[in-house]
Write a protein of this length. Structure first.
Length: 50
């Protein structure tokens, strides 16, 4: 159990941190229209219309 606490758990934490960092940093390289938040007005019209 000590091997898990000393080596595996910290490695998982660091890997999750770097995965989140890459996901957030990837927005820099997206085109400006894809980096913007998704519009919710059109989605509401689609749900009401059906």
């Amino acid at each position: 159990m000590s091997i898990f606490r000393q080596y595996i758990a910290p490695l998982l934490v660091v890997l999750i941190f770097f995965a989140a960092l890459v996901a957030v940093s990837a927005r820099i390289f997206l085109p400006s229209d894809m980096a913007a938040p998704a519009p919710i007005g059109e989605l509401g019209m689609l749900l009401v219309g059906s």
